[in-house]
Design a protein around this ligand. Structure first.
Ligand code: 5GP
Ligand code: MN
Length: 313
């Protein structure tokens, strides 16, 4: 942490990157860090492969997130919430990694690829780490607190997942003290679903396969098309697979263009799905992990059913 503070004080232009398909923790952490850097008179530029999903459209400062780099001439690179550099996607090719890299993350699988690595797997979210960093740099305010809160709220599944600790609740409480209205942030994020999402959810829940201790669901391109829905409309559907009594693990397979399948895995605290994701070249956390796979949906589903059967028993 001290080394990161020294670098921030020494340089002026900071590029802030995160993984593709950025989630609430990426977006919230990146914006909060950018706002903190701007506040102390530095220049900051957020660059992601993909734009924020519609869920975040009611937060004004998402305008700080760019999907093009133009001519920002960074001196230092912050990588947030990404276990390895490949996770940031093709934007990797446009970044000069001979510049100092500060890698801030909470994935246990983090490869420590930075010149400075602040990796805290026991933290709920990257936002929780950025909170500590910013506290050492400047006075927080309501706006910064809002974006940090978004990161913690979304990565803890609204304070329901096993990563919800007394520390994450304490940080959230401090953020509320800065004027964050917790219920309003929840409303902005969770009560804005397009009707197509709910109709699609009906279809997806229809096809759930229930086993003794695990469940599995899928969504095809055709199902999306039938409802005029986008892939992002299926985010968090996987959680339903785990709400069932006695179910310890669940998988959700999403069909993408070009024969690519994206798999989300979730488990109860006594089962780990992280190793399963790693087997397929993915990663994540003990109870929330994922990977992408090229191949046939039915074949992968069968394969996953065998592997899930093994890990829940
Ligand atoms: P989700 O299922 O919501 O996409 O991802 C759950 C968790 O797994 C996240 O913490 C994310 O970082 C991780 N994850 C998802 N997909 C991948 C992947 O393709 N590679 C790696 N390394 N991690 C992933
Ligand atoms: Mn995260």
């Amino acid at each position: 942490m001290k080394k990161a503070i020294d670098i921030i004080k020494k340089y002026n232009k900071f590029l802030i990157v995160s993984h593709k398909y950025p989630d609430g923790d990426s977006i919230g952490s990146q914006i909060a860090l950018a706002l903190g850097l701007l506040k102390i008179g530095k220049k900051a530029y957020i660059y992601n492969e993909d734009p924020p999903t519609d869920r975040y459209s009611r937060f004004k400062r998402i305008n700080l997130i760019h999907t093009d780099k133009k001519d920002f001439d960074e001196e230092v690179i912050f990588s947030l919430d990404s276990a390895e550099l490949n996770r940031i996607g093709f934007i990797k090719d446009e970044i000069d990694f001979t510049k100092p890299i500060i890698n801030i993350d909470h994935h246990i699988s983090n490869k420590n690829f930075g010149d400075i690595n602040i990796v805290k797997p026991y933290y709920s979210s990257t936002a929780e780490i950025i909170y500590e960093l910013l506290n050492r740099l400047t006075e927080l305010d309501e706006e910064i607190a809002t974006y940090l809160y978004i990161g913690i709220l979304t990565d803890t599944g609204s304070f329901r997942y096993p990563n919800t600790t007394s520390h994450s609740l304490r940080v959230a409480s401090k953020l509320v003290n800065y004027g964050v209205v917790a219920s309003q942030i929840s409303e902005f994020i969770w009560f804005t679903d397009p009707p197509a999402r709910i109709k699609l959810l009906g279809d997806v829940l229809q096809n759930i396969t229930l086993h003794d201790k695990f469940s599995i669901m899928y969504v095809t391109k055709n199902m999306l098309k039938n409802h005029g829905a986008k892939e992002e409309d299926t985010n968090e559907f996987v959680d339903y697979g785990l709400t069932i009594k006695n179910v310890k693990a669940t998988a959700m397979i999403k069909e993408r263009e070009g024969g690519i399948l994206k798999v989300s895995l979730r488990s109860r605290n006594d089962v780990s799905v992280q190793e399963l994701a790693s087997e397929y070249g993915g990663g994540g956390h003990k109870t929330a992990a994922g990977f992408t796979y090229k191949g046939d949906l039915r074949v992968l589903k069968k394969e996953l059913e065998k592997k899930l059967e093994r890990i829940v028993n």
